[in-house]
Write a protein that binds this ligand. Sequence first.
Ligand SMILES: [Zn+2]
Length: 378
Amino acid sequence: MALNFEQGIIMKNVLLTIMFVCSFDVYASAESNIKDPYLEGFKAYALELKNMQGDTTQSFLDYAAEAEKIENSVGYIGPELTLPLPTKVADGVYTVVGSLIWHNPSNYGLNNNLTFMEFEDGVFVFNAGPNTAVAYSFHQMIKRMTDKPVKWVAVENSQGHAYLGASYWTDIGVKNLYSHEVANQSFHTNFSEIKHSWSERVGKLMTLPSRDVTEKFTEFKDKLSVSTGAGESIEILNFGAGHTPGSTLVYVPSRNVLLTGDVAYNHRSLALFAYTDTKKWMETFERMIAYVPDDVIIIPGHGAPTTVQKIKEDTYDYLAFLRGAVADVIKAGGGEAEAMLIDQSHYKSRPVYAQTHQNNAVHIYKEMMDIDLGQSFE
Ligand SMILES: [Zn+2]
């Protein structure tokens, strides 16, 4: 469950105070004739209070409502975060490679990749970010590199780091948002649990402003083409379930780039969640690589841009190895304990290996034995 009502009110007050303090940082360097509507609101409010007698409760509530309206119209109020520098992948294609460990306060929850691509008609963004603060900071980075407006946003799957920043993009006026139908419905259904989980792990203040804007997304099933100007177009694709039940990939033939989302990892150890289906994941992976040219540039869900060969080794081949090893354990009459002992040391240099490898073996054991995998709200 999310915060209860009373905690919510306390958090909101803390947040407003912090936003107030942070606003000085953001606007201190701005030109003096630019007025920050949020700070102007405080001045007007101070005057209003001066003329007021007796109970001021309603006026405080009105102010909170007013502040919330401002916050929603600009998407985010607060300092710009220091994100990793973008990597150039192809002409006009840049990706910010997120942290290779878990989402936590030190990486602001940015542990997947945020990509932007510049086209004639505007900028296409892949992944909304894990919260509005990261989304805003990514947007500032984009604005320093191009004058084109962000016109399209797509998200890789139903996870918090794909979606929780989406309300920032709708608040600043982005109208074209895309997600696979299963992912969009799943994020909508589990919104409060996902938001709660990310606020516990990354930070409550940073995650609190995120809202569920799934009703503003265009859902697709298998394929959607979007023309991006000057004869170019992008393909928004789904090749089936796997790491998550619904996922969105983006292929740009004119730039020879494929954004795989979590269908492919580079280097980082795979994380299997309750909703992960490893058999389907392998089939989905096969369909994906059959669709694109062998020399396509890969922007994976986790890890740096790379080649088809590398994601095959780190994703598909690992799944094939582990599924084979678990099948052998079962054939020999072993259980979960034996599955955990499978020698995976060949992969031990991969980030988060220690935290994932035994769980991965147990996950596959449960899949093969038809044991309930529970629920995850990542
Ligand atoms: Zn992910």
